[in-house]
Design a protein around this ligand. Structure first.
Ligand code: PA5
Length: 420
């Protein structure tokens, strides 16, 4: 379901060193599974794929069917873990229903543009906030609710679905008071680990994604992750080992622009989970071959601080073969009839070789297909590996204390400054 290739590591880890790292990864996985490590109260996602019931999925599917048949669009309103997983899967798989995103920034231009687009549309809002009090989605919701009221008056309530904590928080209070339809976010699952809950599954069902296959994929990957020496443990072990050797930046490289949003989800997952107590690899991303013409130089010959992790998909959904060209002006006649997917793969191989030779170690992760099952597995794989890596580095992978500092400043400025 997922393979991890170490051919491009360059200077290999001494076998003793790798064995030790793997032992530590297995210990970390044990702590993750037991729920007794730091932040253990937020490890409810670990066995969730096995626990999600068909009834629960059915409820999401039936409300999704109502929206798909009766509306023109869904607006997912949330930030961070409340939308990144949905966007990652949607961009990778495509959607047969229009889904917009709001509440992920404070730009009046982007929100204004969205409101203009929605003005003559019949839309639903899925307001997603576990805490229920996050500034960006709360402000966006004010505007969306106002537009709904202008369109349908008091019926705005039937157009809003709240996804939030089961019993607490401002959004739960509003949902109860207004009688909104809602889905709970399990208390034991934090935002960036919540894609396989209603946070991701409900909007994905609206978009037409097979959410049962996604959960099945996560379930299958969970079995794999629990095996000794699993790819998740090896990935966690390798990246931690390399970090200890000074590789403090991990670049996730994809060769398909539809996976760019997945790299955004991955950056949040690892960044917020590991970057504390002066630990963590800084998560960056590149889309190749595009970025070979911008950041490739740095990766090849910049400071030796990078680890390059490539995510490869077994075969492209669509392929093209290079057409014949009478005059061969570009000198590429030798590629006539060749598959563009194969050329992309050769670019990947050649680039990994070059980067390794230039001193940047590479890890290649491959999944067979870009479908709901494989993506469910991949998301679970990264979450598990992240929990393992976090515990290996001695941090709590499930809190984000540093995010509070900026919020405090922003709120005090908003209250004290008076504004325009
Ligand atoms: O991973 C996290 O916990 C965060 O990124 C949250 O998802 C993000 O801050 C949004 O929080 P909330 O869902 O409470 O609005």
């Amino acid at each position: 379901m997922i393979t991890l290739d170490t051919e491009w590591l360059g200077e290999p880890a001494g076998s003793g060193e790798m064995e030790k790292a793997l032992e530590e990864a297995a210990l970390a996985a044990g702590i993750l599974e037991s729920g007794e490590g730091p932040g253990g109260e937020f490890t409810g996602w670990v066995d969730l794929p096995e626990r999600i019931s068909g009834t629960c999925l059915g409820e999401m599917e039936s409300l999704a069917a109502e929206i798909r048949s009766g509306a023109d669009a869904l607006v997912v309103t949330g930030i961070g873990g409340s939308y990144l997983g949905t966007r990652a899967v949607l961009e990778a798989l495509g959607s047969d229903f229009p889904v917009y995103f709001a509440g992920r920034d404070l730009s009046p231009e982007s929100l204004g543009e969205l409101l203009d687009t929605l003005r003559d549309k019949r839309f639903y809002v899925n307001y997603i906030s576990k805490s229920g009090g996050t500034l960006e989605p709360a402000l966006a919701f004010r505007f969306l609710k106002k537009l709904l009221q202008e369109q349908v008056g008091d019926n705005w309530r039937s157009r809003v679905v709240a996804t939030t904590d089961k019993s607490r928080g401002k959004l739960r209070n509003m949902a109860q008071r207004e009688g909104l339809r809602s889905f709970p976010v399990p208390e034991s699952v934090g935002g960036r680990y919540s894609v396989i809950t209603a946070v991701g599954l409900f909007p994905l069902a609206v978009a037409g994604v097979d959410i049962r296959a996604l959960v099945e994929g996560a379930r299958a990957m969970r079995k794999i992750c629990r095996q000794p020496d699993s790819p998740a443990l090896r990935y966690g072990a390798l990246r931690t080992l390399l970090k200890d050797r000074g590789r403090t930046i991990e670049v996730l490289a994809v060769y398909d622009p539809s996976l760019e949003a997945l790299t955004g989800w991955w950056k949040q997952l690892f960044g917020e989970s590991e970057g504390k107590d002066r630990q963590g690899l800084f998560p960056a991303s590149v889309t190749f071959t595009t970025d070979l013409h911008s950041l490739g130089q740095w990766i090849q010959e910049g400071p030796e601080v990078l680890l390059e992790t490539v995510l490869e998909i077994g075969s492209a959904d669509r392929d093209l073969s290079v057409p014949a060209e009478e005059n061969d002006d570009d000198g590429l006649g030798f590629l006539e009839g060749k598959s563009l997917d194969w050329i992309n793969r050769m670019a990947c191989r050649g680039t990994l070789d070059a980067h390794r030779d230039g001193g940047t170690p590479g890890i290649k992760l491959s999944i067979a297909r870009k479908d709901a099952f494989s993506l469910g597995g991949l998301l679970y794989f990264f979450m598990y590996a992240c929990g393992v890596s976090g515990y290996m580095q001695g941090v709590n992978p499930f809190d984000q204390p540093g995010v509070e500092a900026y919020k405090k400043n922003v709120f005090s400025l908003l209250r004290e400054d008076g504004g325009k």
